[in-house]
Design a protein around this ligand. Sequence first.
Ligand code: PGA
Length: 236
Amino acid sequence: MTIIAGNWKMNHDPDSSSAFFKKLQSYGPIPDNVKTVIFPTFLCLDSAQKNSSGVEIGAQNGNPEKSGALTGEISIFDFPKIDINWLLVGHSERRHIFKEDPKLLKRKVETSLSLGIKTVYCVGETIEDKEKGLTEEVLKKQISYLENFLSDENLIIAYEPVWAIGSGMPAGSKDADEASLLCKDFCKRDIDILYGGSVNSQNVSNYLSSGLIGGFLIGGASLDADSYRALIDAVA
Ligand code: PGA
């Protein structure tokens, strides 16, 4: 089963989110060999859930505290109460723009897994890391923070090289395979690895032949129902 996860980031409003799912539905059922998940904005969670028919819905971010004086935050503990059972943690934008540090990311993963939430932990090197030949070291370090949780079956790793995100320059399939092998090795098991970074319906099949990539985390190409469905069909 190949996972096709769509990260909408700060795009779509409740109306355009409903329109997306209605259009997606008009293409007919999702093929059985594909699992679809969309991570909309918090404001779109409700409308997405009401219209998603077969697409699972997840949260892009959450706070590991149960409650408290944390203006503007949303607790991970509240997601299962509204049937949100997927969470993204450690996306490059959270690490780099919002300066989320490994300690916080670890707590998010720990909380999320303790609640049985499918947790997609994003890792990936910057272009500077890559040029210095540090990819292996960076991935090892980012994964090492989760050492106590690596055997949890609800943990999924997304390999997203920072330089490939939104750049139109996807990683080559050989590089993605190599990163996947490293991540599996660091996790000491055959954990599901998603690849993300400028994936679209034209290049997605390049990553499927080795069997090392278990799915995709898609930004830009997940925003439009036509291109999201084209991805699903290319994979199925
Ligand atoms: P992209 O984004 O597909 O637009 O490169 C991927 C991501 O940020 O998860």
